[in-house]
Design a protein around this ligand. Structure first.
Ligand code: PLP
Length: 366
């Protein structure tokens, strides 16, 4: 964020305001409130950007807003996985990655790919803080997700990131689930934050988008230059229209997320006492939770198929509530129970969400 695209000192204003205000055009007479979508592949010579694979004003606006929220410098990527691929390119040849044993399953697949190219992957359970501290001295890069998706285990980010910073291990956090409204990993010592901006940041199930954010330090900026080079060389760039939509969605993140978090907390309580539910996994914050149906995989599938308000679908972080039995995906690890259903709570009325879940849970019985 630059001085002229924000009305006041950014460090003095709250995230709920920042998310609305950051990344706007300069306030000049007749200026537009939003950065327009620039559909161009190329620019006249001698300007700041020459070719749209390396820059676009719509990207810059989104990057300014997300960078302000996370407290660093953001880069937009064509998807969360493109952001993750860029961050994993920081692992040196024959390097070691220390990672939570549960991650988004395609991150897990990307790590397995790295293993086949001479890198070592060391996995620790999310809650095994002592295990992380013991393994950190041998690692080149630390990869954390908290809460883990879909098991909802929480990492002691403060302790683990503080130690990785001391040791000079590159610390990366996938901050998709908590969003910068609940967690700012760069302040805890992370070097890089990655996002699936497809999810809460854009929030309307209408774009696939990713982002990386680096700390505002010499080390962070050096890593940011490598991430930017990866984006330019590999060409996994976002279209300006998708970024415009994401920025439009980002403006309402705080109100959407507040509602989702409040409803998730209420649903966690109600599900805990439900006779068709054997276990609830709710981290105590955020808009996501998982539960195990009292029954087998087929029972869990019947519940998902029976909802009318909840969308039976594979994404998360949208205005519409979504649910899914995660083990229907073959790459989801066996540590995820067959009967586990993941919930992404949206912004509908909580009583409608509950009534729909409650009626769907009756289908758990054969
Ligand atoms: N990180 C997390 C935690 C996710 O849940 C996902 C997708 O579900 C991704 C990364 C990948 O993001 P995308 O689908 O935008 O590529």
């Amino acid at each position: 964020m630059t001085e002229d695209n924000h009305p006041t000192d950014p460090s003095a204003i709250r995230p709920e305001t920042l998310v609305v205000a950051a990344g706007r055009p300069p306030r000049e007479p007749g200026a537009s409130a939003n950065v327009p979508v620039q559909l161009t592949s190329t620019y006249a010579a001698d300007g700041p950007v020459v070719y749209a694979r390396s820059g676009n004003p719509t990207w810059s606006a989104f990057e300014a807003a997300l960078g302000a929220l996370e407290g660093g410098h953001a880069l937009v990527h064509s998807s969360g996985m493109a952001a993750i691929a860029a961050a994993l390119s920081l692992v040196p040849p024959e390097g070691t990655v220390l990672v939570t044993d549960a991650t988004y399953y395609e991150t897990g697949e990307a790590l397995r790919e790295l293993e086949t190219t001479g890198r070592t992957i060391v996995r620790r359970h999310a809650t095994d803080t002592a295990g992380f501290l013991a393994a950190l001295p041998g690692a080149d890069l630390l990869w954390l997700e908290s809460p883990t998706n879909p098991l909802m285990d929480v990492v002691d980010l403060e302790t683990v990131l503080a130690r990785s910073r001391e040791l000079g291990v590159v610390g990366v956090v996938d901050n998709t689930l908590p969003t910068p409204l609940l967690c700012r990993p760069l302040e805890l010592g992370a070097d890089v934050v990655v996002h699936s901006a497809t999810k809460y940041l854009s929030g309307h199930s209408d774009v696939i988008l990713g982002a990386t954010v680096v700390a505002d330090t010499d080390r962070g900026r050096a890593l940011g230059a490598r991430l930017q080079r990866h984006r330019t060389l590999h060409g996994a760039i976002a279209g300006p229209m998708a970024v415009f939509l994401a920025l439009r969605g980002l403006r309402t993140l705080a109100v959407r997320f507040e509602r989702a978090c409040a409803s998730a907390a209420e649903l966690a309580v109600r599900l805990t006492g439900h006779p068709a539910v054997s276990r609830v996994r709710y981290p105590g914050f955020g808009g996501m939770l998982s539960f195990e149906v009292a029954g087998d995989a087929a029972a869990a599938e019947r519940v998902c198929a029976a909802t009318r308000v909840w969308l039976h679908a594979t994404s998360l972080g949208a205005v519409e509530s979504q649910l899914e039995r995660r083990r229907r995906h073959p790459a989801e690890p066996e540590t995820v129970p067959e009967n586990l259903v993941r919930l992404s709570v949206g912004i509908e009325h909580v009583e409608d969400l509950w009534a729909d879940l409650d009626q769907a849970l009756r289908h758990a019985l054969p």
